[in-house]
Design a protein around this ligand. Sequence first.
Ligand code: G4P
Length: 535
Amino acid sequence: MDIHQEVKKRRTFAIISHPDAGKTTLTEKLLLFAGAIQIAGTVKSRKASRYASSDWMEIEKQRGISVASSVMQVEYNDHIINLLDTPGHQDFSEDTYRVLTAVDSALMVIDAANGIESQTIRLLEVCRKRRTPIITFINKLDREVKDPFDLLHEIEDHLKIDAIPFTWPIGMGKSFEGVLEIKTDKILSFKAGQDRYQSPDILSKNGSNKKNNLLFEKLFSKIEQDVTLIKEATPEFDIKKFISGEQTPVFFGSAINNFGVQEVLDTLIDYFPPPSYQPAIQRDVFPDEERFTGFVFKIQANMDPSHRDRIAFIKVCSGIFKRGMKLKISRTKKDIKTNNVVSFLSQKRDLINEAFAGDIIGIPNHGVLQLGDVLTEGENLQFTGLPFFAPEIFRSVEIKDPLKNKQLNTGLKQLGEEGAIQVFQLYKSNTLLLGAVGQLQFEVVAHRLKHEYNADVNILPVKFILARWISSKNNKILNKFIDSNTSNIAFDSLGNITFLATSQSQLKISQELHPEIEFHKIREYNKLLSVINDL
Ligand code: G4P
């Protein structure tokens, strides 16, 4: 087994979009085109079940949003595709940001009728900071949508990335007739409801078929001016600029009609980069190193009711994972056995025997693995860059039946470790506070506490409105600050000291009065970082 070859074959990416742009539909279609599934959840069957094969949790079915991120691995054209789904709803953006730390590139889906929407802007900011290469798919051309030039301008203006059209649409809505492939000057003609197994008719200028040639001329004449303009006005596609996140190739299509999906699939195999190095505090780790390293970017409890355990999702960063190997957790220095490691394709869990950099493996465990944990063959390593955001909304929980307190505590501990919610314990009190970035997180937690832990709760308002992790180079000063602010001090689930404020001005005054205390909006795993405070 040549590790270099294996690494080169991998493409690990996330699909990102604003909710409803068509992320789930495109994910299914990519899997379908790659041959990983036989029947996509067509509109009809999706309506019947109300959720896609990549959505797991009950609450997603009820609300029709992707709460949990999921992972899918498929083999296509001698490549291994690791596709990471992300929750589209902004209330779960923390989860999405963490998923973005585990990918080498991203596929952005835009609803052509709505253009760039708020959630896409936030996600793209994270991608830009990480210099993630992005391919753009502008979806729903079968509808009356925005002018394609306006869409390109929106991408450039709002997302600050050069948009290079690889295809160009001919018409839209009822008169959508297909796309021109800019590089080849070929037209792929559109048929609504096209089958995956039926390739679109390809029309070219000087083909051997007269009828096709005539049709080409007819369609091409409709966009000739546009195409001339594009060729003149857009810069040449530059792979280096793409890899550094400065240029994005743009495709137009209609995921639901299987149109444009093949082109995106082929382009991401050709252009997305294989796994690259991963920075750690101690050193940079390269994917084709012999020894295994990986980190936990996501934890999910109770993913499958028939396995009442937690799965830690691990991005392999280097070496070869072999089932059964013993791995060391850098944080605790403890070993973990890997006999039951699983890979993912939707709900089906498959046991895996081997994995390489770029792959995602799942280790079922009962809480020994936490978000950000690094696994190695013995080396002490700490990768950087896994963010935790200071919560923006706070609530307390009250158990309806006091006899279920134990279930509540177990549930909160596990959901906190999973990152579904942040749990704080107030200093010198037993009160537990919940912190979230979005309101919906509380609803999900209440729902999961009830259904997964049998703990029915009321979620109640509290006086705090913001939190900052605090640190100081001077321990004496830090302890003094804690002692004089006991009613505003709490500890997060890892024991990090947190300052809770009831207003912006309270925070401001505390900052001004205590210049030797640092207040952090973002913390990295187990380590407070002010460097990325501007995110
Ligand atoms: P998301 O994961 O980004 O939230 O979006 P999702 O794929 O669920 O798609 C959102 C809606 O857009 C769905 O309709 C879906 O069928 C529709 N859609 C996706 N691709 C296209 C396309 O190319 N053209 C058109 N016209 N519609 C598209 P829905 O009515 O909300 O859900 P459903 O009842 O169809 O499941």
